[in-house]
Design a binder for this molecule. Structure first.
Ligand SMILES: Nc1ncnc2c1ncn2[C@@H]1O[C@H](COP(=O)(O)OP(=O)(O)OP(=O)(O)O)[C@@H](O)[C@H]1O
Ligand SMILES: [Mg+2]
Length: 258
């Protein structure tokens, strides 16, 4: 078992690879009087897939919304590539290089696949938009070939799995350095979950996009993540290198329901 520190976070030490890309430091977020995040601190490095695990209501989506400027933290700092972003609004944060795929996917159902993808690139500066958009489209097609054949189809008529791919593709169109993905396995059949997870790993390894992977499906996320944090009732209760967590049935039983 890892070391238990003063504030009761279990830490299973492991090496972090790459430069520090995202640092969340002491974030607290409230909805009215209710506190959804309590003093949450975590890091994502440049070559990492970092998993955020936790059960229903743990605060995972609130963490993603706080990171992407959809809700404001009352305390703490969020630093992306050395720059504080916790007071910035969503479209500024996207421009700084942090994109997200929300839990609800938020596609424009009556627009086509192509239109949804193109909207993902709206935050790019005018001078480079055309070139980057074309490059990014090729990238998205290399990751999700099925989208290429469905460019004229309305998003609302895609299957659940295809919609998840489109939501991911649209986020990648913004040319992010960091991608936060909230429950990408939600509603997918087991085979599609495995496929989605290996695509996320490719996005990190081949396209140099650091990943914050929010999942209730711990087993699937642990297969591809480098480092893991577990949230419980708004607090980080465990952090550690993924291989250490996988190697410890005791830790899994205590924090991940075995
Ligand atoms: N808009 C909101 N207004 C009030 N409370 C909210 C709001 N959104 C979330 N909460 C509360 O904040 C807590 C954390 O919710 P959150 O959606 O972040 O959890 P989660 O870990 O993503 O859960 P799930 O696995 O079910 O998606 C919950 O108690 C929830 O009821
Ligand atoms: Mg959620």
């Amino acid at each position: 078992m890892g070391n238990v520190s003063d504030n009761d976070v279990c830490r299973v030490r492991g090496e972090r690879n790459g430069e520090l890309r995202l640092q969340i430091d002491g974030i607290s977020t409230f909805y009215g009087e209710a506190q959804a995040l309590k003093d949450v601190s975590l890091e994502v490095h440049s070559k990492e897939v970092v998993a955020i695990l936790g059960s229903n209501g743990a605060g995972k989506s609130t963490l993603v919304k706080t990171l992407t400027g959809l809700v404001s933290p009352s305390r703490g700092r969020i630093v992306l590539d050395g720059e504080s972003i916790e007071k910035q609004v969503a479209h500024e944060i996207i421009r700084k290089g942090s994109a997200c795929v929300p839990e609800s996917r938020e596609l424009f159902g009556s627009l086509t696949v192509r239109e949804n993808l193109e909207l993902g690139a709206y935050s790019l500066p005018n001078a480079v938009r055309k070139r980057v958009q074309a490059e990014r489209l090729e990238m998205v097609f290399s990751l999700f070939a099925v989208l290429k054949n469905r460019l004229k189809q309305k998003a609302e008529t895609l299957s659940g799995g295809e919609q998840q791919m489109l939501a991911m593709g649209r986020a990648l169109m913004a040319n992010p350095k960091l991608l936060a993905s909230d429950e990408p396995s939600l509603g997918l059949a087991p085979m599609l979950v495995a496929e989605m997870m290996s695509t996320l790993r490719r996005i990190c390894d081949e396209w140099a996009v650091s990943l914050l992977l929010v999942e209730q499906n711990a087993r699937a996320a642990l297969k591809i993540a480098d480092y893991v944090y577990v949230l419980e009732r708004g607090e980080i209760v465990l952090e550690g290198a993924c291989d250490e967590v996988i190697a410890s049935p005791t830790i899994q039983a205590a924090y991940l329901g075995g």
